[in-house]
Design a protein. Structure first.
Length: 194
């Protein structure tokens, strides 16, 4: 299972990271340094917009490989699980169903992270005061206090939503797999009886 996650990450995220680094080196973010591309030109605008296009391509690729962990849980190896996810997602109904499940899941996760982070804001002064008293380092305590509600929000959201989303995507994988194999079985049984 971990190999599937690692392989999927190696497939999906190098492109946007590489494009972002190249675009930043060509366009830069400082106004006072000379840039290889002239500001306001078409090449500059295309290079500046290329990270957004690369992230869009990475999101599409990530959606196509969403069912890979469920396929790996059924006993496939990492590469076979990625191939199975790809073949199930790029069907007539596959991408529509993956999107219909992924978009509400993403909205639920984003809303829950925001809600739990807001509810955990009272931890900020408590963590800051206790860490400053323990270490004597004001800056470390200040930033730890800022990060504490965010960390709590992410951990609580993961604990609540991961079982739900993993189960939902596993059920979708089984549904798409059975829908794909049932017409072939029906054809083979009719050929056998004929």
């Amino acid at each position: 299972m971990f190999a599937v996650y690692a392989l999927r990450g190696l497939i999906v995220w190098p492109l946007p990271l590489l494009v972002g680094a190249v675009a930043n080196s060509l366009t830069g973010s400082h106004l006072d340094t000379p840039q290889p591309l002239e500001r306001g030109s078409w090449p500059y605008a295309l290079v500046a917009a290329s990270p957004a296009a690369a992230v869009f391509a990475a999101v599409l690729l990530r959606l196509a490989l969403t069912l890979a962990p469920a396929a790996a849980a059924r006993g496939l190896g990492p590469r076979a699980a990625l191939r199975r996810s790809w073949s199930l997602t790029w069907t007539r109904t596959g991408m529509t169903r993956v999107l219909a499940l992924a978009l509400p899941s993403a909205a639920l996760i984003a809303g829950l992270v925001r809600l739990v982070t807001q509810l955990a804001l009272p931890l900020r002064p408590l963590v800051r005061a206790s860490l400053e008293q323990a270490t004597g380092n004001f800056f470390a305590a200040y930033y730890a206090g800022i990060l504490a509600p965010v960390i709590v929000g992410i951990l609580v959201t993961a604990a609540v939503t991961l079982p739900l989303t993993c189960t939902a995507f596993a059920a979708l994988h089984d549904h798409l797999r059975s829908a794909r194999t049932s017409p072939q079985r029906a054809e083979s049984t009719t050929d056998f009886t004929a």
